[in-house]
Design a protein. Sequence first.
Length: 344
Amino acid sequence: MNKEVKYSCPSNIALVKYWGKKESGTQLPANPSISWTLNDLRATTRMVISPVVNGESPTVKFYLANKEKPSFLPKIETFLKRVTPEFGWISEHHFEIYSENNFPHGAGIASSAAGFGALASCLVALDGQWEESDPVFWEKASKFARLGSGSACRSVYNEPGLWGEFEEVLESTDDFAIPYSGSIHPNLQGWKDAVLIIEDGEKSVSSTAGHALLKEHAYAEARYKQAHKSLSALLSSFKTGDVQQFIEIVESEALQLHAMMMSSIPYYVLMKPNTLEAIEKIWKHRNETLIPMCFTLDAGANVHLLYDGRYHEQIQNFINTELLPYCQNGLYLCSDTGGKPIKL
Ligand code: DP6
């Protein structure tokens, strides 16, 4: 009997960055991180399983936007293999996986967080041991998403996803992300993200290769320490609503991530001239208008403009008049923060 299930899952943007993995274990972070999910940037995945019969070998087929993509199979097969110790039935089934993103493919947006979040949610639902109302459902989804791509584990909660052992939050763990349950001041609720597509296409260094650069990195230990400090200060800004402090941490985290990349061997400069132009404009506009806004970056050239949603109109105007010239093909994508996987 075939069984199937379909989930959509949001992408996420880190406020304190995961950059570097522990030497031991599988996909364990060298430092704690926290992110907001991006409700409007989603992957939707339909997973169909059928039992293996007559000694057949199990097969996996993957389709992105209805096109078969064998190039994605190595990552997906590794992912399924890593989950098999917990869900033995995986090795006794054929898989057909149909995935699509609601943002343009090749827009330079990391789709792996949304993609693995959706895949992991499908697996936990197919397994059937837990209801969505049981927190264990989401712990498992987060853990399995992590085994596909580390940052994906933070994509399964409405609340900010906190991943990695952190001394100030007792329940925090490297194994899966947890929903941040502390208070969040109204000043830091309802923020939005406008992703300025500075450059579309493949990244010049994959995140997985990027993480590996930390192994021999002269500044790795200092960076990990700094991430703990950043997280502590960020959580304090959540509580107090100190937007200045929030902005300082988020921007510093983005620049630290890039600084680590620039100071590794081999070294990479992932920002483009237009990345810096956009950042300068954001700073200038913030100084002039005092609108609560800041930038962050992932491991690429695109700029995430985070802003208080109450200023949506003004920010749209600002983007359209001042930032579009720096966006490739005038493309930017807007999203609310928050949101979690949805069963379809
Ligand atoms: C720069 O999760 O993509 O976006 O675990 O190797 O799949 P793997 O890497 P990935 O790393 C993303 C790192 C980052 C920062 C972050 O999201 O915290």
